[in-house]
Ligand binder design. Sequence first.
Ligand code: ZN
Length: 277
Amino acid sequence: MKVAAYDAGAGPRIGIVLGDRIIDAGLDGPLAGHLPDWSQHEARLAALDPATGLPLSGVRLLAPVPRPGKIFAIGLNYADHIAESGMGTPERQVWFTKAQTSVNGPFDPVQAPKVSQTLDYEAELVAVIGRRGKHIAREEAAAHIFGYCVGNDVTERAWQHATPQWSLGKSFDTHAPFGPWITTGDEVDPHALDIRCTVNGEERQSSNTRHLVFDVFDQVAHLSQAMTLEPGDLIFTGTPGGVGAAMSPRRFLRPGDVVRVEIQGLGAIENRIVAEG
Ligand code: ZN
């Protein structure tokens, strides 16, 4: 099942995507509040009639979770990206956070910050937590994940590397676009998905999630040793090689550029870069 947030002109709604149509799920308020008892809605949602919905092309898709309680992202998690970064393969998972205010819609503009000129993209598979848990065993991780979507861990490189802690350079407003919807975990093998990023149509990143160093279930197990994972929390699971900062010469994003990230079976997000107003 594909679960989206959208606005057809009357405010945010939760919808189910079927083909090229979206059907109102009849659930009020943000998605995260419905995840603990999602199983109670499943049979009704699976029976929705596409004819009662709207064409996808006629609605604005929104970030599927508008205010995630936590956004964690792992660094250095594909071998080719580790090599291009000049850093060693980490023995322990390297985590940073992205601010809640960096959340952005799947097709909304991404701001090029006033204060810096080193804006970069990172195509990433994003896992959405569905069930609360602490000390989640690797074998139980899948049961705690509601589903998966496409994300761009947009990064301000100069700010990322100005200090040992990366979070500020990862947390500018609009720098966490994700979507276009959540595909529920029962339909996804998260470790066998082609992932690709283009800028203005030119391919920059192309890999497969089978190349993750720490896989998604290891990530859930590790994070949950420290903190309770809650419905709606997001995990950005790492980016493959090909970021602009590693090119020679380096190629950063400029206003007018269009960045597209697509993942096999999960759809695509596309964001235009605009100067910060
Ligand atoms: Zn990243």
